[in-house]
Design a protein around this ligand. Structure first.
Ligand code: NDP
Length: 324
C-alpha cells in the first residue's frame, strides 16, 4: 500500500509530488493518458511564473516540474482514474487499465475542463473548425478568418496568439466590457488584426463538414445575424473536474471541492485537494503550485498522526495491562 497517491499532473499535482517525494513518501502520481501536464500544455509563453524572468513555454515548465518530481522518487503513471473509493482508512484508486492502487492518503488535483457554449453545431464541428486550444490548432488557420468567444484572459491570450496565423480574428463577447486583466486587454486592443464584437452571443455554429460561420445574437436587442468564419475558438473559462468525487466529497456552491479553510483537507479524512479543482477565483499556475505544497504538507501531517496513533495504541494497552 502507498502512503500517497496524487491524481492530476498540472502544477498542483507535480508540486505536491515534489514535496511528498522529498518527504520520502514515495508518491504515485496518476497523470492521465490524454493531458499530461494539465492546462499549461495548451499555453504558449508563461510570463508570470516566478523564477523565469524571460518567460517559459507552458509545456517546458510542466516538463521541468515532472523532472523535479521524478528526481526525488515520484512514480508517474500514464493512466486514467476511473473510480475512487475514499471510505475507510484505505483509499482505493482504480485505473482505466484495470489496475487498482491503495493508499492511506489521496491528493486530488484534477484541475478543470474547458467550458462549452452548449449551442447547436459546437459538438458536431469540434475538431472541424471548433477548438478550445489555440496553441494546438492555431496553425491550421493560416490566412483564415476566425473568432474567439469570451472576455477573460484566456480569450485575450488566444486571440492575440491566433493573429500569428489568421488574417482576421474577431473576439465575440456577451458584454461591453472585458473581464481580462488590463495588460491582456491592452495587448488585444493594440492588435490591428483583432476586432471586437460586443454584447453578442454565439447562437449556433454553422457548417457542413467544417465551420463556415456562426449565427450571432445581440444581448441588447435580441437581433440575429450570420458571420462568415473558418474557425471558432471557445475560451469562456473552465469547470472544475469533480466527476469522480460526486457524492463522495463535499462540493461548494461554485462546484469546486470544499476544503477546510486555507488547508487542503476535504470532507473526507485522508483526502486532500489542490489546484483549480478547489479554486474558483485565482486559478494561476503559481497559486496551483502553492496549493500543491499545502496538500503535500497536510498529507504528510496526516500520515505522521496516523503513525503516532498506531504507536500510541500499544502504549495505551500497555498502561491498561500495568493498571490491572
Ligand atoms: P474567466 O472566467 O476569467 O472568463 C471567462 C469569460 O468567458 C468571461 O468573459 C465570461 O463572460 C465569458 N463566458 C463564460 N461563459 C460564457 C458563455 N456561456 N457564453 C459566452 N461567454 C461566456 O476564464 P478565463 O479562462 O479567461 O480565465 C480563468 C483564469 O485564468 C483567470 O483567473 C485568468 O486570469 C487566468 N488566466 C491567466 C492568463 C495569464 O495570466 N497569462 C491566461 C489565461 C487565463 P462574462 O465576463 O460576461 O462573465
Amino acid at each position: 500500500m502507498r502512503q500517497v497517491i496524487i491524481i492530476g499532473s498540472g502544477p498542483a499535482g507535480f508540486t505536491a509530488a515534489i514535496y511528498a517525494a522529498r518527504a520520502n513518501l514515495k508518491p504515485l502520481l496518476v497523470a492521465s493518458t490524454v493531458e499530461v501536464g494539465g492546462e499549461l500544455m495548451n499555453t504558449t509563453e508563461v510570463e508570470n511564473f516566478p523564477g523565469f524572468p524571460d518567460g517559459i513555454q507552458g509545456p517546458d515548465l510542466m516538463a521541468k516540474m515532472q523532472q523535479q518530481a521524478e528526481r526525488f522518487g515520484t512514480e508517474v503513471l500514464y493512466d486514467d482514474v476511473v473510480s475512487l473509493d475514499v471510505d475507510g482508512t484505505v483509499k482505493k484508486v482504480t485505473l482505466g487499465s484495470g489496475a487498482a492502487h491503495e493508499a492511506s492518503t489521496i491528493i486530488y488535483a484534477t484541475g478543470s475542463a474547458y467550458r462549452k457554449l452548449g449551442v447547436e453545431g459546437e459538438e458536431r464541428l469540434s475538431g472541424y473548425g471548433v477548438s478550445w486550444c489555440a496553441t494546438c490548432d492555431g496553425f491550421f488557420f493560416r490566412e483564415k478568418t476566425i473568432a474567439v468567444v469570451g472576455g477573460g484572459d484566456s480569450a485575450m491570450e488566444e486571440a492575440t496568439f491566433l493573429t500569428r496565423f489568421a488574417s482576421k480574428v474577431y473576439v465575440i463577447h456577451r458584454k461591453d466590457t472585458l473581464r481580462a486583466s488590463k495588460i491582456m486587454q491592452e495587448r488585444a486592443f493594440a492588435n490591428e488584426k483583432i476586432e471586437f464584437i460586443w454584447n453578442t452571443e454565439v447562437e449556433e455554429v454553422l457548417g457542413g463538414d467544417s465551420v463556415n460561420g456562426v449565427r450571432l445574437r445581440s444581448t441588447t436587442d435580441g437581433s440575429t445575424r450570420e458571420l462568415a468564419l473558418d474557425g471558432l475558438f471557445i475560451a469562456i473559462g473552465n469547470d472544475p473536474r469533480t466527476h469522480l468525487v460526486h457524492g463522495k466529497l463535499e462540493l461548494t456552491s461554485e462546484g469546486t471541492i470544499w476544503v477546510d479553510g486555507r488547508s487542503s483537507r476535504t470532507s473526507v479524512p485522508g483526502v486532500f485537494a489542490a489546484g483549480d479543482v478547489i479554486d474558483p477565483t485565482y486559478r494561476q499556475a503559481a497559486t496551483a503550485a502553492g496549493s500543491g505544497v499545502v496538500a503535500a504538507l497536510d498529507a504528510e501531517h496526516f500520515l505522521a498522526d496516523l503513525e503516532d496513533a498506531s504507536v500510541e495504541v500499544p502504549a495505551a494497552e500497555a498502561a491498561e495491562i500495568i493498571a490491572r
